[in-house]
Design a binder for this molecule. Structure first.
Ligand code: KG4
Ligand code: ZN
Length: 350
């Protein structure tokens, strides 16, 4: 990059933009004052009639919503464009068209405002989301990232030093929740609906398998659980109580499997800190079991509040701030990286 294209980062407020899937998230993060404002618009209603995210509709809706949301957070925080020291936006992984909307807008705003821009890895955003809380975890830690597209156990030695210890060989956890919810006739996205139904279920009635826990290793497989659900339901028949009991057994199996693998990852790394983030991190049963694990073992467990577990702009603003502060910035080109491994990120040395 030539010097003329490089703008120094002068600390201050970073605008964060998240448009990787079906949530438009924007936020303002200030190095000393923390999060100044954030707003999320969910496209759930737009996609629900199709039973899943329609990429083209997602992109078009991000085009409509992102700029008004940015105006909204600037007004709310009493911040003007002159106060913006940098712009961060998600460049991947995610839906190509949706990512390009945020990247085009974010990169152009930074160019017009003559401030540095930084492209953020969506999963690094999730991974750093607990840092937004009043009591952030110290490094190093093991991160369990559980979203609609990813299930990963990551060894985090420092920010940017990521080693994937295990991941799903088929469906991501959120995807398994959504597909199983669909089988039970619940709407889209099914995760939260399935979790609500599970609250009415009897935890003792069925025991679903805990996939891949009977062999060593840290990978996951969740696709078999939906087949198990389907078979169970056709055997016992659909009724409100049967469905609730099945939902409960499914949720218990998923949560148990995640916990078993988290314990293994902690043993493997020798770390005593665990963070959980991503949409499924909003699941109350998972949070309850993790809390219990934190209380009974010598492990510190951290998770962000539910609104920062699901997709949001705050985590992107924060991750972008950390990278801008470390002197990194994006070239003046607009790009998206729909497939992008966490392990290839540049390290930040504090
Ligand atoms: O991180 P996220 O908002 O978007 C992606 O990056 O994928 O995660 C969305 C996923 C969806 O699959 C959704 O069903 C799931 O997180 N989810 C939940 C809950 N809230 C969201 N799954 C189970 N229980 C919940 N309470
Ligand atoms: Zn996400």
């Amino acid at each position: 990059m030539t010097k003329a294209q490089h703008y120094p980062f002068t600390s201050g407020t970073v605008l964060g933009i998240e448009t990787s899937c079906d949530e438009t998230g924007v936020a303002l993060y200030h190095g000393e004052r923390g999060l100044l404002a954030h707003a999320v618009y969910s496209q759930t209603d737009l996609h629900s009639r199709y039973g899943g995210v329609v990429p083209e509709l997602a992109s078009r809706d991000h085009v409509r919503k992102t700029l008004p949301l940015i105006h909204g957070v600037l007004d709310e925080a009493g911040v003007t464009r002159q106060d913006i020291a940098g712009v961060a936006y998600t460049v991947g992984p995610g839906l190509a068209g949706a990512l390009l909307v945020g990247a085009a807008l974010g990169r152009s705003l930074a160019w017009a405002w003559q401030v540095p821009a930084i492209g953020v890895h969506h999963m690094e955003g999730h991974l750093l989301a607990p840092m937004l809380e009043a009591q952030p975890p110290e490094l190093p830690f093991v991160a369990l990232l559980v979203s609609g597209g990813h299930t990963q156990l990551v060894q985090v030695a420092a920010i940017g030093h990521y080693r994937i210890l295990g991941e799903s060989v088929d469906d991501a956890v959120g995807e398994a929740f959504d597909k199983t919810a669909k089988l039970l006739g619940l709407g889209y996205p099914g995760g939260p609906a399935l979790a609500r139904l599970a609250e009415q279920g009897d935890p003792q009635r069925f025991h679903f398998p805990r996939p891949m826990t009977d062999r060593p290793g840290l990978d996951f497989s969740f696709s078999g659980l939906k087949t198990y659900t389907l078979n169970m339901r056709s055997r016992i028949g659909a009724s409100p109580q049967n469905d609730a009991d099945i939902a409960r057994a499914f949720e218990e199996a998923v949560v148990d499997t995640l916990l078993i693998k988290c314990r293994r990852a902690l043993r493997h790394t020798g770390y005593q800190r665990l963070i959980i983030s991503g949409g499924v991190g909003a699941n109350q049963r998972l949070r309850q079991r993790l809390r219990a694990m934190g209380a009974s073992e010598t492990v510190e467990v951290y998770y962000p509040r539910p609104t920062w577990c699901t997709d949001n702009g705050a985590m992107i603003a924060y991750a972008g701030y950390r990278r801008l502060q470390a002197g990194q910035q994006e070239a003046p080109i607009i790009q998206a990286r729909p497939r992008w491994s966490l392990e290839t990120l540049a390290a930040i040395d504090d």
